[in-house]
Ligand binder design. Structure first.
Ligand SMILES: [Mn+2]
Length: 543
């Protein structure tokens, strides 16, 4: 008894010390939004189904320091909870508690721990989640095992690839335990590989005559020496002699009780169409990032480093309240721009060539994805401009398709065909089929809580938000005239799809070649920032 009183006192003391926090943003997604999303999910679920959504694991940065935690976007979408070590269970039909009361969702979260919280930050705890996020049936993670849910009575158990090994200390209620108990409770057959199942269902949905060779070569490569090593499932899929046989394999997976296909399908359907609350946040994330691009254009000078440019983007985004980047920033001068996911950003001076910047911030979970290519000295060379305008024209042509009813496929082929024709015209390739040499990636994807967001990749619908991002990359050493070497151009904008047309959300960043040149010539507030020289790098000492 004494002990309890002591702990109560401790709780109280810590609560006073650590939990007063004011002057925070007020435009977070509302509890009503999250409740609405859970209800919409329930509508999609088949009869007698349960769906589980796990938190993402915490990851080590170094020794006892973790990476800044990023929540699983699905869990955040359905609950607003941003902490690790959590499990959400959503039931299609009401379930009954021991005392007879009904519930149709259960949420297990991190328990409050004032001592830990002083070190690792505030936790909502079950009571906080009830109060702040408006969810009723919330418990400490450690209580999950007591619930002994009888999963054998459900006809579909829906979940994403389960969190893997090394995901926690295996203490009461942490992610490792939640996952282990769930695995045991659902009686997952030994050898059932839900990650491969999920991948195969994903790949199968996209398989068509054009991409079949690429998809099969990807699967085969990974079967030999990759993530599908020794997978009998992938083996049989590749070995299938025709589409009928493949359909049988896929139907077999879809009919299973442990169904990953439904998890992707439901989250894609829901998250692909943005609600007004989401659009307000996404609009803000994109505007912030686009202003960042415009400000960098003004500030840019040949003696700046790639890192410094990255820093200006970061400063502007954070000035407007973005919490984080939406993906590691890509700032590539000249030839570095040819590396599609260039993240080193360590060139000391960007020099006189073009600078490709693919940089977008995250605001309350929603990520922008904006790319601009800028002539560092303020004027595109004739060769740079030719390439720039081919990409620009491809983008313009793709824009025209941005309305309800168009397909992602049409967008891809239209943009690719403009790029291909342009490259043929200037003699870089001979046939349209060769366009992949200089334009190796896709043109469009959803953005949202993931920068490559969930959503349907068939027809465009109102309130989708997608990127249009053609590009041309001519690395040094390419099989063409040297004058083209080192030119890398991508222009990427974020578009809200409307019924009959679209809105460019990233319009604050100029995209027409002449407008970009004009912006580079403008004066910048950053011009006047003077910092002291570093004493530590004055002289290279001989050690
Ligand atoms: Mn993108």
């Amino acid at each position: 008894m004494k002990k309890t009183v002591f702990f109560l006192f401790l709780n109280f003391a810590f609560a006073l010390l650590a939990f007063t926090q004011d002057d925070q943003p007020t435009d977070y997604l509302s509890p009503a939004f999250h409740a609405g999303r859970r209800e919409a999910l329930r509508k999609l679920m088949p009869a007698n189904a349960v769906m589980a959504v796990f938190a993402y694991p915490v990851r080590t940065f170094s020794n006892d320091v973790d990476y800044t935690y990023h929540p699983n976007p699905d869990l955040y979408y359905f609950t607003g909870y941003k902490e690790p070590h959590a499990l959400l269970l959503i039931f299609k039909e009401p379930q009954h508690y021991k005392d007879g009361s009904a519930y149709n969702e259960l949420f297990f979260v991190q328990k409050r721990d004032p001592e830990r919280e002083q070190w690792t930050g505030r936790r909502l705890g079950a009571d906080g989640v009830k109060k702040e996020l408006g969810i009723k049936m919330v418990f400490d993670g450690a209580e999950y095992s007591d619930f002994s849910i009888d999963f054998s009575s459900f006809s579909k158990i829906i979940f994403d690839a389960l969190p893997g090994a090394g995901i926690g200390e295996n203490t009461a209620g942490d992610l490792a335990q939640l996952t282990a108990i769930f695995r045991r409770q659902i009686n997952l057959p030994a050898g059932f590989d839900e990650a491969t199942t999920d991948d195969l269902l994903f790949v199968n949905k996209r398989l068509n005559a054009t991409n079949a060779p690429r998809i099969f070569s990807y699967l085969s490569k990974n079967l030999v020496n990759g993530k599908y090593k020794d997978s009998s499932l992938v083996k049989s899929y590749i070995a299938a002699k025709d589409s009928v046989e493949r359909k049988t394999i896929i139907a077999g997976l879809e009919n299973m009780k442990w169904n990953n296909g439904l998890y992707s399908s439901f989250t894609n359907q829901l998250r692909g169409i943005k609600t007004p609350e989401e659009l307000a946040l996404l609009r803000k994330a994109v505007e912030i990032s686009s202003i960042g691009h415009a400000e960098v254009m003004k500030a840019i000078r040949p003696d700046m480093s790639e890192r410094e440019i990255e820093g200006i983007h970061d400063y502007v985004q954070k000035k407007y309240g973005a919490e984080h980047w939406g993906y590691p920033p890509i700032v590539g001068a000249g030839n570095n721009g040819c590396v599609l996911h260039y993240e080193e950003n360590n060139k000391m001076s960007i020099g006189q060539k073009t600078l490709l910047m693919d940089v977008g911030g995250e605001y309350h979970g929603y990520s922008a994805d904006v790319t601009r290519t800028v002539p560092v000295n303020g004027k595109f060379t004739p060769e740079q401009k030719i390439i720039y305008n081919i990409v620009y024209d491809a983008q313009e042509a793709a824009f025209k398709l941005c309305k309800e009813g168009s397909s992602f496929e049409e967008i891809e082929t239209t943009a690719r065909s403009i790029v291909a024709k342009g490259l043929i015209k200037i003699g870089l390739i001979k046939t349209e089929a060769d366009s992949r040499i200089y334009y190796p990636h896709g043109c469009s994807h959803h953005i949202g809580l993931d920068v490559h967001d969930k959503g349907s990749y068939e027809k465009l619908k109102k309130d989708m938000v997608i990127t249009i991002e053609p590009g041309i990359y001519i690395p040094e050493g390419s099989a063409c005239d040297k004058k083209w070497w080192g030119i890398a151009v991508r222009i990427e904008d974020d578009l809200l799809i409307k019924e009959k047309d679209y809105e460019i959300l990233s319009a604050a960043a100029p995209r027409k070649a002449e407008d970009v040149e004009k912006m580079v010539a403008e004066k910048s507030g950053f011009d006047d920032i003077k910092l002291p020289a570093l004493k530590s790098s004055e002289k290279k000492k001989a050690f």
